[in-house]
Structures are given as structure tokens and as C-alpha cells.
Ligand binder design. Structure first.
Ligand code: ADP
Ligand code: MG
Length: 238
């Protein structure tokens, strides 16, 4: 686990400024949800924490260490995307341990971590199947398993449930929260769905147009929205 500090973070794609100096302090073990309309810069910010995008100004630190210039592989993070990006020709087990193999972990460590993650995610019966033989929810669990086996300091989720139907989405929200309660890994979770944000977050960051509008607990945002945008966004049905 680690705290994450985002300080004055800016991002420009050429002449297009998409983040205008974002400040977010995330405590050790906190579950923080970034929420805001499509195009406001959520994925860009998350990808900057992951090291998949460069940072144009400001700084990002993980566990007290500035990571601005660290490549993704040297950041102790694991990211779960909306498109699961599983390897179709690898089994569930192979998909889950691939990153560990790349990092040259010893075989007994790999085996033990795979077993623990599979039990946590109810994937034990499916370890020898292929992604096409799984349901959407099971695939999403494999994608999470791939993140969990690495025991990262920080989990990053980018709209992980968008491809699932409404019923499964509600179920997976619960599972992700239970997982967090068990592992207590610092988590940054991106969604454009305010209901998801309100039900999952310890702390919500409301973004609009590359700026942070307000940061607070779900209750604080609901009771005391800082401006009309937050009030309208949080209060509108999804
Ligand atoms: P969100 O995840 O909140 O929907 P994004 O972070 O994906 O928003 O995008 C923020 C803005 O940056 C949008 O205007 C988008 O078009 C732009 N953008 C994102 N990625 C790139 C890129 N690689 N090159 C140029 N513009 C980009
Ligand atoms: Mg996005």
C-alpha cells in the first residue's frame, strides 16, 4: 500500500491542454473514485499515474517517491481496463501469471500467488479454461486476478464495468469493494457513472474540463455540493 500525491498535474497533447493543474491527495489504503463527464480527462490522469502518459507539468508521487520519469514497469501499480485485454490463446492461469513471469518471479511464488488470487476471485474451477469459454463477469475477474497476483501498492481501474450488463455491474461493484476491504490496497477508480462513484468511494473527486471541481466523501458531496456543476452531476440519475 502507498499514498498517492498528485500535485499541480498538467497535461497537454500538442496544443490541446486537457489537465490544468490537478491536486489530489490519496491516503494509504483509500478507495478514491474519479468521476466526471466523458472527455474531462479522467483516463489521461489515471494513465499518467500509471506512467502510460508523460506529465507536462506538476508532479505525481507514489509512496512518497516522485515517479514523473519512471517507466510503467518500475511503478508499483496494476491497472484494470474496461476492455479486459486478455490473451485469447492463453488459459486463465496463464493470463493471470504472465506479468509475474515477465518479472522473473520464482515458480513457487507464482504458484502460491496464483492460487491465492484464484481463491479470492472464485476462479479456481476456471484456471484451465480459455477466455472465450468464460462469461463477461468471469473475464472481468480474470482481469482483476492479473492485477492482484502482483500485489501492487496501488490499483488503477479505468471504467472496468462499462462492458457489463446492469445486473452484473451491481454485482461486480460489490465484489470490487469486498476485495478492497480484504486487501486494503490504495485504489484509484475511474467512472463516468455517479451512482457507481457514490456507492463505491471512500472519497470522490469530481472533475470537469480538466479541472477538479470538488473532493469529498459521498455524503459531503451530496449534502454540500460546492457548485452547480457538482450538484447537477451528482444529483442526476445515471
Ligand atoms: P475521459 O477519460 O474523462 O473521458 P480522456 O482523458 O480520455 O477523458 O480525454 C481527455 C481529453 O484529451 C479529450 O478531449 C480527449 O479527446 C483528449 N485526448 C485523450 N487522449 C488523447 C491523445 N492521445 N491525443 C490527443 N488528445 C487526446
Ligand atoms: Mg476515459
Amino acid at each position: 500500500m502507498a499514498e498517492v500525491n498528485i500535485s499541480g498535474a498538467q497535461k497537454a497533447y500538442g496544443a490541446l491542454n486537457v489537465l490544468h493543474g490537478v491536486d489530489i491527495e490519496i491516503r494509504d489504503g483509500e478507495f478514491v473514485v474519479l468521476v466526471g463527464p466523458s472527455g474531462c480527462g479522467k483516463s489521461t490522469l489515471l494513465r499518467m499515474v500509471a506512467g502510460l502518459e508523460s506529465i507536462t507539468g506538476g508532479s505525481i508521487s507514489i509512496g512518497g517517491k516522485v515517479v514523473n520519469n519512471l517507466p510503467p514497469k518500475d511503478r508499483d501499480i496494476a491497472m484494470v481496463f474496461q476492455s479486459y485485454a486478455l490473451y485469447p490463446h492463453k488459459t486463465v492461469a496463464e493470463n493471470m501469471i504472465f506479468a509475474l513471469r515477465l518479472r522473473k518471479q520464482p515458480a513457487d511464488v507464482i504458484k502460491q500467488r496464483l492460487q491465492a488470487a484464484a481463491e479470492t476471485l472464485d476462479l479456481v474451477p476456471y484456471l484451465n479454461r480459455y477466455p472465450r469459454q468464460l462469461s463477461g463477469g468471469q473475464r472481468q475477474r480474470v482481469a482483476m486476478g492479473r492485477a492482484i497476483v502482483r500485489s501492487p501498492q496501488v490499483f488503477l481501474f479505468d471504467e472496468p464495468l462499462s462492458n457489463l450488463d446492469a445486473k452484473l455491474r451491481v454485482q461486480m461493484r460489490k465484489e470490487i469493494k469486498e476485495l478492497h476491504q480484504r486487501l486494503k490496497t490504495t485504489t484509484i477508480y475511474v467512472t463516468h457513472d455517479q451512482v457507481e462513484a457514490m456507492t463505491m468511494a471512500d472519497k470522490i473527486v469530481v472533475m470537469q474540463g480538466g479541472n477538479v471541481e470538488q473532493i469529498g466523501t459521498p455524503l459531503e458531496l451530496y449534502d454540500r455540493p460546492g457548485n452547480t456543476f457538482v450538484a447537477t452531476f451528482i444529483g442526476s440519475p445515471s
